[in-house]
Structures are given as C-alpha cells and as structure tokens.
Ligand binder design. Sequence first.
Ligand code: ATR
Length: 289
Amino acid sequence: MKNHAPVIAKVCVMGWPIAHSRSPLIHNFWIRQLGIQNAIYERLAVPPAELQETIRNLTDWGFIGANVTVPHKEAAFASLLRHDADARRLRAVNTIVMTEDGFEGRNTDGYGFMANLSHAAPNWQPAQGPAVMLGAGGAARAIAAALDDAGVPEIRIVNRTRARAEALVKDIGLERATIFGWEQIDQALNAANLLINTTTLGMRGERDLDIDLTPLPAAALVTDIVYTPLETGLLKAARERGLTTVDGLGMLLHQAVPGFEAWFGKRPQVSDELRNLVLADMGIAERKI
Ligand code: ATR
C-alpha cells in the first residue's frame, strides 16, 4: 500500500536556551498567512556539545532549513561547509538553507538591521555622515559590516573593552572605522548621522545607558537593538530631544524574511499585524505604530 501522507517541510530554530525564541511565532504566522501547506517551524533545544551532530542530522530528521541563535552562531559557521558572503565575513551563521550542493550557512542579521531602518526611517541616508556604534559583540559585527556595505563614511565604535573593538575592525576588514572609549563619547557623537546601541545596557533588568545626547545633530537617527523594553532609556531620551528613533523589534522581524523566502519560495511581509502579534507575546498591548 502506498503511503499518501503529505511530506512536511520542517524548519527549526536551534539555540540553548530556546524557550523564549519568538522565531516560531513569526514564521508560523507567515506560513498561515501565505497558505503554505504542510509546513511547520519548531523550536529545537540544542546544547553546545550537540550542535555539530544536530546539523549533520537535519536532513534525516526532515528539516529543510534552520535558524541558529545564541550561543551557536559561530559554531554553526564552523560546522557547515558552504556559506554566503555575509556569513563568511562575520564567521557566524543565523540561517541555514538547503541548496543543490547541500546546506549553506547564511547571515541575515545585517540585512535585518538595515531593512528595519529603511522601513522605519525612509529618509535617513547612510552615506550622509558617521555612525556611532556602542558595543563590539556579535550583533555589533553584523551591524558594522552592514553599515560598511551601505556606504557609511565612518564607523565610530565605542566599547568598554578596546581590544574587542580592535578585533572587530580587523576581523571584518573595516577600513573606515575609529575606536573611542566611553569617556570620549561626546567627541564620537559630534556631527554623527546615526547612533546605535548594540550593548545589553537598557535591557530589562540591566541599568540604562546614561549618555548626554546634546552633541548629536538634530538630523541624527537613534536606534537600539534592545527591544525589551520596546522604548529603552536611550530611545526615550532621544525622543524627548526631538530626534528620530527606531526601536529594535523590527530588526528581529526583518532578519527573518530572507530565510523564509529561501525555504518556502514566497517573500513574506513585515506588517503591523505581525509586529502586534509579537508585541502581544511580549505582554505589550497592541498599539498603532
Ligand atoms: P551580543 O553578541 O548580543 O552583541 P555580547 O557579545 O555579550 O552580546 O556583547 C555585549 C556588548 O555589550 C559588548 O560590547 C560589551 O562590552 P565589552 O566588549 O566591553 O564586554 C557591552 N556591555 C555589556 N555590559 C556592559 C556594561 N556594563 N558597560 C559597558 N558595556 C557593556
């Protein structure tokens, strides 16, 4: 007897811990919205010691692709044989896609960051002036590379640990970067066109960033990759000064778009409906954006 059970296209997000990932909410919303049949997006709790074996077994377990989150992005890069240019530059993978030649590791974090800015602040022009980036961790690497690709004339990195900022500049080959200490923040903000927080400061449970924004020009854009709370202390201070602000939730939503399109063949939209669904999951009431 023939087996007529439909083939299910499964995708997962791998992390450790993984319980709080909102990727299943986002991708399953698009699967339903776009009417994709027999597809499901799951959470997979993968301890670090099991990552390599899990990636090796993805196909046998029925997965056509995956997302990779903390703490596995660098280890996933090392476990895969093929990568796109962004993943190669960052030596980190957040999206795994099946190609004719097998699984390929990609990195869509920088895309998500830039897409969020261009949707939320369409008048902002990357080439118009220096960008100040607070922090030099994993997220900062993806953002710095994306800003570099977008033609930002100077990337000013402000980090507590100078050596980490130096390693970032060297590893991703930034040619137009300057490194500042926190005590030089006024100088870094002077004539800047963009201020980005990539540190964990301002996140719920952490202390707020305490920065005097006076040196920032009135046309500067301020954004934060922290999105819990949605309006961080930095964004509130910027708004109160009359500066344009963009919150970090959009980066999470937009970074998911290229993966979904690659797995399921349809390009999803980042809509207010999706944003409100994620806000509701975060315990924040729906609101008009
Ligand atoms: P991610 O990969 O998510 O970017 P990360 O690699 O832990 O996270 O990076 C966290 C960033 O926040 C770093 O730039 C870190 O500064 P150091 O490189 O000096 O560690 C910054 N950060 C975290 N806590 C901080 C604090 N209390 N004061 C200043 N910077 C802080």
